[in-house]
Design a protein around this ligand. Sequence first.
Ligand code: BGC
Length: 410
Amino acid sequence: MQTFNFPENFLWGASTAAHQVEGNNLNSELWTLEHLPGTIFAEPSGDACDHYHHYREDIQLLGKLGLNAYRFSLEWARIEPSEGEFSRAELDHYRRMLSACLEQGITPVVTLHHFTSPRWLIEKGGWLDQRTPDSYLRYCERVVRHLGDLIGAACTFNEVNLPVVLSKILPFKVSETPFWQTAAQAFGVTPDRLGLFQFVADPRMSEIVFNAHHRAYDVLHSGSHPFPVGMTLAMMDFHAAPGGEAMMARFQRELSDVYLEQLRGDDFVGVQTYSRMIIGPDGIEPPPEGAEMNQMGEEYYPEAIGGTIRRAAQVAGVPIYVTENGVATEDDTRRVEYLQRAVRSVAAAMASGIDVRGYFSWSFMDNFEWISGYRPKFGLVAVDRETQARTPKPSAFWLGKTARENKIQI
Ligand code: BGC
């Protein structure tokens, strides 16, 4: 055992995404999808954690726990609720959030697009439409002009590779469900033009997103107070079962490496990891017999983060922030152990020379887990959705204490 000291300016944080915590994201496409007849969403997001109104006390709590960074997303559907119509009031809301962070000595890391888009964008073909990067760029320009002086770091997009990852994991294709037809009708497009960011595993979509990303990188650097800019990826730690080496290399390439290669030259890559994937000669294999599982049906495997950090560093060759890492469980003692083992595994990667600049736990609080609704519990902080009372769990205190000490035994 030895003590690993993290660098002095290491970011210790927690992450959220607007749609999952703010509540009443009425102008987003997700709000529409949640309310369609035959929806695949377990329940609507509703008030969520009403973070839109509770952000100040939430940020104060984060700081009081000992964390020094907060990753949250800006909601494009609020900032530009109708095409070309920007809301000064909503930009001011995010300005207040950023200021609340800075007042507490917390570095704000913002994501400009975390899965959700304005409804009007989807009505025009969304992430399958060639005009979308121009719309996104116009939004980025507004953000940098109005908020740029307060931003600590920015992620252009969250997990562009998620649909491709999901297409390998889900037992069905969302685009082949009756829900897809209903959704297309609701947005007034044909099913092949339903450009939903979270669900379209189509190479045309990633081309459009990367076009937007590369151009946004320049736009976001154009402000008077430059900040680092990158993108986050959903990364699985791939392990080969005997005989599965060639297939594993294929998975690694298709689900991670082709995306990491696009991020060479960025200021950082945001690594987001929850579990590992075991690949045999014929594809994905089940977790080992008797393995502990999380609430999302994945193996409980905290060391996955060490593996993905190494891969990201090797392929993208840029500094890394762990922008999401965590576990869905009702039993917080399992989360405490998960965090301990995951942070150790990050420290071990750093000790071997990898440039990791921050660790953000997913999530700051229990929230709306997309199609699974509110059942999975990823939070460091419990939320009573009737009263909106927040209760930090032991895992929140563990992470805060480790952040304060800025070291761990490895
Ligand atoms: C997403 C989060 C999500 C988390 C847990 C990531 O894919 O960025 O929005 O809640 O994983 O499933």
